[in-house]
Design a protein. Structure first.
Length: 334
């Protein structure tokens, strides 16, 4: 098992190197000049040229890439071209907000999606099965930004049931320790702020969870239907075991492998959907930060954001592969 894990970790090195290469060169294909964005359209050609020289943007692309990799290997993500702030500091400030929303969305999506899939498989062709699969189809079809705007209007503007933006009410203040609002409120011992943070997180997390929920419901249903037809499940039913025991211990456990694959693969969708979700809900995370950086051609911020998201994604896939090996011993023996 140790050899399997080491081999999988070593396989991540060329993947991450390829990501840095692609991001570095693809971001420079975006039309526009970050220096003109920073100085304004009325800047003189002399000023534009001087700033480009100071930022190293006049160097050949391969020289710029080598400098970038040198900084990256030292743990330096560079400085923002537009406002000259440290990218690492900004990333550390915004990353917890995004991860908190992504984890909340994943908890909602996984719990609801798997539950709907299991019940739909057990009660095949029932009204619950039909409604669940229709809901999954609608969830896959609806653009996330459109759903966010509809829910904001229905639950925050028209009915004022949930707050439409921010992480806390404007009159609340919590001292920043970890950056995770739920953790910081507990460290402060402020129970009211803790539940207020949860209240603000419900709407964006619910919207973002629709990225993973429909796919999980469909794949769980299909996997459960296949497992329920197996001989060992029929034997368990014939032995008179309780439905809960047959479903959970015999069927669901063996149906989890494709479900785990979807959970790991959909994380990239959650991180990508976070850009739209954070923009609509004015959530102060990496998504809003990256969106503004793309508009202003702020190369270091976009590179750092994509690199961190991709790193999280590949390590989640590594964790999925390792979990596979624990669930199914045949994988690690191969």
């Amino acid at each position: 098992m140790t050899v399997y894990i080491i081999r999988r970790i070593l396989g991540l090195i060329p993947v991450l190197l390829g990501i840095t290469l692609l991001v570095f060169f693809l971001i420079r294909l975006i039309p526009g000049d970050p220096v003109i964005t920073m100085l304004g359209d009325r800047a003189s050609p002399q000023d534009i040229e001087r700033v480009r020289e100071q930022l190293g943007l006049n160097d050949p692309l391969h020289i710029q890439y080598l400098k970038y990799m040198g900084q990256l290997l030292r743990g330096n993500l560079g400085q923002s071209i537009i406002n000259r702030t440290d990218v690492t500091f900004e990333l550390a400030y915004r990353f917890p907000a995004t991860i908190e929303m992504v984890i909340s969305a994943m908890l909602i999506g996984v719990s609801v999606g798997i539950t709907v899939g299991v019940v739909s498989a057990i009660r095949r062709n029932s009204w619950f099965d039909v409604l669940g699969m229709i809901g999954a189809l609608l969830g896959v079809s609806m653009p996330i930004f459109w759903l966010a705007l509809i829910l904001i209007y229905a639950l925050a503007v028209n009915r004022t049931v949930l707050p439409p933006s921010a992480r806390l009410d404007v009159d609340l203040y919590v001292r920043r320790v970890t950056g995770f609002m739920l953790v910081d409120t507990l460290l402060e011992g402020d129970v009211y702020a803790f539940f207020n943070a949860i209240w603000h997180m419900i709407l964006p997390s619910l919207v973002l969870s629709t990225v993973i929920m429909p796919a999980l419901a469909r794949i769980t249903r299909a996997s459960m239907l296949e497992v329920l037809r197996q001989d060992y499940v029929r034997t368990a039913w014939a032995k008179g075991l309780a439905e809960k025991v047959v479903v959970v211990r015999h069927a669901l456990k063996n149906a989890l492998l494709p479900v785990i694959t979807v959970i790991g693969g959909q994380l990239g969708g959650l991180l990508g959907g976070a850009i739209l979700t954070e923009t609509v809900f004015s959530w102060p995370g990496m998504g809003t930060w990256t969106y503004r950086a793309i508009l202003s051609r702020d190369y270091p911020i976009v590179q750092a954001s994509v690199l961190v998201s991709a790193t999280v994604y590949v390590f989640i896939n590594l964790a999925v592969d390792i979990l596979y090996a624990f669930i199914d011993p045949r994988i690690r023996y191969n």
